[in-house]
Write a new protein. Structure first.
Ligand code: ADP
Length: 181
């Protein structure tokens, strides 16, 4: 099973991705987590990513795509994976298609987690991550609408829409049901 989780910042992709990974026995691959691990380890990749993340902007796609390509080539991803936070632009989606085509491993579904904007902002302010200040959140939402939302059209035939409002467990059950598992 190869899945993409799509939705605005704060929609719950990380939380749902972890639960799904457990349920389906495949790894969750989060570009945000990979960048944060690189920042913590003070790698050159982390140092580069941090300046973009702190401002709520996207890390350049060449850097991001390379990081994802090497991660999905690891053995644990051979039986499937859940992508959280990638792709975030149409050009990243096209890069992903190329990577997967080479291994003849198309995506099975793109789960679109729907949560109203006022609720995602509330969730992020409560979470209080370093990039969860009001100005940075506002910019991330703007970037989401401009760069990421067009993916809903790009992935038209693969989209599975799930209501992301409610208890974590209920949302997870909705996703599993929508995927037909
Ligand atoms: P959220 O979903 O709450 O926005 P993430 O952890 O997914 O949080 O992302 C945090 C930041 O990491 C983004 O604002 C962006 O700077 C960077 N990032 C994550 N994924 C990508 C990506 N696919 N392309 C470019 N930048 C990314």
């Amino acid at each position: 099973m190869r899945l993409v989780l799509l939705g605005p910042p704060g929609a719950g992709k990380g939380t749902q991705g972890d639960l799904l990974a457990d349920r389906l026995g495949i790894p969750k691959i989060s570009t945000g987590d990979l960048f944060r691990a690189n920042i913590a380890a003070e790698t050159p990749l982390g140092l580069e990513a941090k300046q973009y993340m702190d401002a709520g902007n996207l890390v350049p796609s060449d850097v991001t795509n390379r990081m994802v390509e090497s991660r999905i080539a690891e053995p644990d991803a051979a039986k499937g994976f859940i992508l959280d936070g990638f792709p975030r632009t149409v050009d990243q989606a096209e890069a992903l298609e190329k990577m997967l085509d080479e291994h003849e491993q198309p995506l099975n579904a793109v789960v679109s987690l729907e949560v109203p904007e006022d609720l995602v902002v509330e969730r992020m302010l409560a979470r209080g991550r370093e990039d969860d200040t009001e100005d940075v959140i506002r910019n991330r939402m703007r970037v989401y609408r401009a760069e990421t939302e067009p993916l809903l059209v790009h992935y038209d035939g693969l989209i599975v829409t799930v209501d992301g409002v409610g208890e974590v467990e209920s949302v997870n059950n909705r996703i599993v049901a929508a995927l037909g598992h």
